[in-house]
Design a protein around this ligand. Structure first.
Ligand code: SF4
Length: 234
């Protein structure tokens, strides 16, 4: 069962803390890990699942925010101005967004049973994906909001990682879910993510990312869109 806490922030918007269930079957967790039933990796998952269910601690914080103003490459959200062509382009006609921080948590690392386990990063990656999908579904079911399009600090050079500092400040008290930033703005634990979710066009960062050979690519590079937004050849 989800534990959900609603809290009001100083800026007045609702801040919701989600503790995300981990009552997977082996088949469900294997699918998240992209492992086929019947394989040797599936047997590893079956063996590890009781501990994963016991110790995994994926969590999220989400918060509504109003988009105050978009002009050129500046976007002001609840008084905080971001400088980014892609953020301005995507939020130009968007009055309201959801901010989120989502994490797989460090429950598996902390329990000690997974020390040296070569599958640990796969398990944590699957937990983060599960938590991210859970958050998007939660927004849809609770608020009728399609938050499947999202912008993430650091995913493109146009919106660098140090924008996490402002995003975390806007959400407030993110360390409540065990998530912090290092001096450069990278998130700890590693399998975590920060987002501005907007209702829209199915945008994926990968469509504007020039790491052409990335194995994690989820959308084809869109050259025409790159030129339209950045005004230059990739
Ligand atoms: S192509 Fe790879 S590096 Fe670029 S945004 Fe997508 S997943 Fe990230």
């Amino acid at each position: 069962m989800t534990v959900e806490q609603n809290q009001t922030t100083e800026r007045g918007s609702e801040r919701i803390v989600l503790r995300i269930p981990t009552d997977f079957t082996a088949e469900e967790f294997a699918r998240l890990c992209r492992v086929k039933p019947g394989s040797s990796a599936f047997e590893e998952i079956e063996d590890a699942l009781p501990l994963i269910r016991q110790y995994a601690s994926p969590k999220a914080i989400i918060k509504w925010a109003n988009v105050d103003r978009v002009a050129d490459d500046e976007t002001t959200i609840e008084g905080v101005t971001f400088h980014s062509k892609v953020v301005a382009d995507k939020l130009r006609d968007t009055p309201r967004v959801f901010l989120s921080v989502v994490t797989a948590g460090d429950g598996l690392e902390r329990c000690g049973e997974f020390e040296g386990d070569p599958f640990l990063n796969t398990y944590d990656g699957a937990l983060l994906f599960h938590a991210s999908m859970y958050v998007v579904n939660y927004m849809k079911e609770k608020f009728g909001f399609d938050g499947s399009s999202s912008l993430n600090p650091g995913s493109l050079p146009d919106w660098p990682i140090d924008n996490n500092f402002a995003l975390f400040d806007m959400i407030g008290n993110v360390d409540e879910i065990g998530v912090t930033l290092n001096e450069a703005g990278y998130i700890k634990p590693w399998n975590s993510g920060s987002h501005i979710h907007f209702s829209g066009d199915g945008y994926q960062n990968c469509s504007l990312c020039r790491k052409y050979s990335c194995v994690g690519r989820r959308a084809r590079f869109n050259r025409a869109e790159y030129i339209r937004i950045f005004g230059t050849e990739p």
